[in-house]
Design a protein around this ligand. Sequence first.
Ligand code: NAP
Length: 325
Amino acid sequence: MQQNRSKVNMPGDVYDIVIIGGGPAGLTAGLYAARSKMKTLMIESFSVMGQATMTDLIENYPGIEKTNGFDLITKVKGQAVSFGLECAQGTVTGIGRHSRDGVSVWKISGDGKEYETLSVIAASGAYPRKIGVPGEKEFTGKGVSYCATCDGAFFRGKDILVVGGGNTAVEEALYLTKFGKKVTVVHRRDRLRASGVVQERAFASDKIDFAWNSVVEEIRGGEKVESVLLRNVKTDGMTELACDGVFVFIGWNANTGFLEGVVELDEKGAVLADDEMKTSSEGVFAAGDCRRKVLNQIVTACGDGAVAAYSAEQYVQELKGIAYH
Ligand code: NAP
């Protein structure tokens, strides 16, 4: 819907910007928007743990040699709040257009609450992909996990399986060597996708084994996980491997269910946004892992967040009839 660009005077309870998501993208957007004196609310869901928060070791955020996701996120949040970012908890389930005093605003709803805003930044991240094999659902929380920092300590002295060959799988396998007797990385190809330095560390670890060209066909057990059935994709041979824990790190799906029918998504559900973070819907911007992009990193999520806040600010200023420059 095209907005009337004449000066808009909104009631005080309408936000300039509502940001959905409290990861690196959402919080950076919040920091930039709040510093620009936009009336900004960030809504975060505690039922969804972000990818960054789950990361134990971050060593490629420029200027910070080593940190963990929780500490980094806590610092950025404190920084944004100190500039006036408002925060709310809740899981957003829908957004839609709505007329308020003759002006079309966005209404954000979820958990029985509603917020009105002139613009929206979707920074809702992604959720872990499932393997989709028998036993995965039944044993989730009983040996199957998607978060090493949350559950690794339950597997002290145990045999752990990690599924995947990307940065997450290999970094988390390394982290899990702190607890496990042995960590077997099951990867569907014969080479890792993870970056070189991470691969080197994994190959140097005497606690990590690799099951190459292999996929998990079934997770088995009684009360808890006891073994997995592996299939060699080259030979189709099946092997049963005893283990106590199965950590699945095979990538992420964009968390965009609430945006279906609102903005254009790609075939995998990621938001299509341009390099100004504008989506197909006027007044809705996207940042971080919920949008389609070439490099999913904390530093690129932060960059997206800054650009989205700048674009949203321009949009709001224009709506209000305030010259931007
Ligand atoms: P990813 O890079 O997409 O890797 C997913 C891995 O899972 C790949 O090795 C893939 O195999 C495998 N896989 C996918 N579907 C599978 C299936 N159905 N069955 C078995 N294996 C499957 O995901 P990620 O490792 O979570 O990383 C996500 C993004 O975050 C990436 O851009 C990554 O670089 C970034 N990240 C960066 C860091 C860092 O910089 N330190 C840390 C963590 C994540 P194939 O290789 O055969 O495709």
